[in-house]
Each structure stands twice: as structure tokens, then as C-alpha cells.
Design a protein around this ligand. Sequence first.
Ligand SMILES: O=C(O)CCC(=O)C(=O)O
Length: 233
Amino acid sequence: ITSICKRHLSIIVFKGDAPQTVYYIPDFISEDEESYLLQQVYKAPKTKWTQLSGRRLQNWGGLPHPRGMVPEKIPDWLQAFCEKISSLDAFGGKTANHVLVNEYKQGEGIMPHEDGPLYHPTVTTISLGSHTLLDFYKPVSCMEGEAPQTEDNRYLLSLLVMPRSLLILQDEMYQHLLHGIQGQTHDLLTEQVVNLSFTGALPGETLTRGTRVSLTIRHVPKVMKMKLMLGRK
Ligand SMILES: O=C(O)CCC(=O)C(=O)O
């Protein structure tokens, strides 16, 4: 695996012949915007949070469903950022209509997973409050030969996402690889962190995690059309 950089923003990781596109944009939002977003996240009613093992989350925009998402209005404080990201043409001309807010306390994480077919195959993430390391893995079925398919030998690379950055994953990076966050309190930055030179951090450095809130902003193409039944007999 090698990585190359285009105008300090995008990293194209090659695995075999397949380009896997990552855009890492440091300081996509300002410190004031970061504080504002954190304030709004923590202002949401307690009932808006779902506690999972290792993190808690808020879902905005509706629940994605194979038959179509019943859309819910995204609050103005999030809508502004959905539009800002969509204006980069991240979703093929469409505007993001779904946001997951994840909160990870120090030492928490998320198991390696794929985001699945209900979304346009682009995931965009704004990080607030703390950095984290996002790790990428080959799916189980892709291992050649008889080697045991442990998480360790499926591991490919990591991306360091700093507070206020925007990460955009597309192509194979979204559709084929699994991503996850190890539940740890410290991150040792090795050469496996392929975007290190764009983050201000140094190889060999160890970063201490704090509480991180991420906004995962996506486009759900299949949405139920709600017909107005008013006035019908
Ligand atoms: O917090 C992150 O950056 C990753 C979130 C994620 O993978 C998800 O919500 O599916």
C-alpha cells in the first residue's frame, strides 16, 4: 500500500490497482463553530440519545430503511453543515439528509463495520473535541490462502482525524473496507497512519484521547414521499 497526495487534501490509497479515495481537510470548521456544534449536541433532549456499548448516538433526518427513510426535518444548526459539505459535491449533486452524532468517551470506540447499501457511497465526518484513529480492515472473505482471518491480519491502515477536520471516504474505501475505532485511551502514531503529514502530528508521537463527538453526514437516496391527504374524501 502506498499513498500519494494531491494539493494537500486528498490521499489516494492504492491496494492492487484499485484507487481508494480519502479526502482529509484539516480545520474545515473554526474553533467557534466547533464550540457551537458541541453546545447544540449537548442541548438535545436526553431522549434523543441512544446508549450503545462503547458509545452513545443521536440520529437526525430519519431512520434509513430498505423501503425508504421516513424523512424528519434536520435542525437548522446541523442543516447548515449538511449544505456546506454537499456544496463540495460530496454526494453527486444531492444534499445530505442524514446525520449520526456519535459520542465516544476516552477509551471508547466502534467495532469494525461497513456502512452498508442504504447510503450514497460517500461518508463525511466532522470531528469535535478530540482526535481519534480510524482503522481500516479488509473484509473477512477477501483473505487469500489459509491464513487465519484475525482482525490483526486484516488490518490495512489508519487515518488520524483531528478535531475540526472533515474526512470524506469514497469508492472502495467506503464500499469494500471495514472501518472501526479501537477502544483505547492513547494512540501511538506509526507509519500506518497514512495521512500523518497533513495533521500536524509527528511519527512516534503518542496522543491522548479525550471525549470525541463525530458528526457523520450522509445522503440517503431512498426516501418515502409523504403524500398530503388533506381535503381528500
Ligand atoms: O465516529 C466516527 O468517525 C465513525 C462513525 C461510524 O463509523 C459510524 O457511525 O458508522
